[in-house]
Design a protein around this ligand. Sequence first.
Ligand code: SAH
Ligand code: SF4
Length: 359
Amino acid sequence: MNTGSALQGNELSKENLTQLLSITGDDEMVLFGHAAKIKAESVGNTVYLRGLIEFSNICEKNCYYCGIRRDNSETHRYCLTDDEVLEAIRFAHENGFGSVAIQSGELSSDAFTRKIDFLLKEAMRITNGEIGITLSCGEQSEEVYRRWFESGAQRYLLRIESSSQELYEKIHPKNEVHSFKNRLDALERLKKCGYQVGTGVMIGLPFQTTEHLANDLLFMKQFDIDMCGMGPYIEHAHTPLYEHQSQLLPLQERFNLSLKMVALLRILMPDINIAATTALQTIEKNGRERAIQIGANVLMPNITPKHYRDDYFLYQNKPVSQHSNEDDLKFLEQQLKNIGHEIGYFRQGNSKHYKKTEK
Ligand code: SAH
Ligand code: SF4
């Protein structure tokens, strides 16, 4: 295949995408160069920040890949206090982050719904409605999604994890709580409520082929997402999927494949927001910056109070910074400057795609 000509066509077919996910060396450079050009033309060199608040690791679900799954008895469970969450939001607001992302294990209880609702209203109050808020709290009813939207959340991130039902069912328990259909329906509900909807997949899962990944890209395009967060799957010893560890691609290959996914998605959907995820940084120290160079335009620096971070281990070797949040931000700013990018301080950085297709 000629990479240059494969990229020139109007529509990237499943076959094209599958082949492009397998290229290496110089061909890979052609792909990355093309994606960088499209990114520069569509969303420019501004990187938007979302201060990541890992709100709670208490989860009702048992996804086979995740370190904070319900049955992992080795995990010490926590939930931030209201003050801790609001303090983190205040920090983000004062330091020009523009937005925060509140992520947690999945709970469907009145108490949880009310707590998130209260935090959203308080966040709006203490920042004069200036802070942008992304939620990533799993599958909820339409009523809950609507309530949170009305209280101030504008964006929601719910990864489809894999758009192949067959693969999805291999990485989740087979029951109603983990049903593929529920996941899809939840994405539809989010769209209906008016959120900027984000999804994504894990890359390098056991049983996953490049064809699966090509279909994932087409799924995102067809669903017409506004944002994406995707990154390498990284095994965790205290999870059921760990038994397939020997079949996994080497970490470096999972990393390269993830970069290619980001580049191809940028080509397919030039004006969406794409996050450079923490899992990339787990494999390569400057992994997030590399993703920024070839397509991503959002970063999610962790602003969870430090003493909780060891307990939010979705996967092994997740990086935990030893520096203050202020120092981390300065460092990030310099790293981005080195690659010709700047932080969009004090800007919410909403998805251009969403604005264009205003629902
Ligand atoms: N409970 C919510 C949000 C928290 S989990 C939800 O599941 O939607 C956030 C994301 O972490 C998941 O969507 C999953 O894609 C990712 N994740 C979990 N375990 C992982 C692993 N072992 N490697 C890489 N990513 C993982
Ligand atoms: Fe819970 Fe999300 Fe982890 Fe699944 S991926 S076990 S829902 S935190």
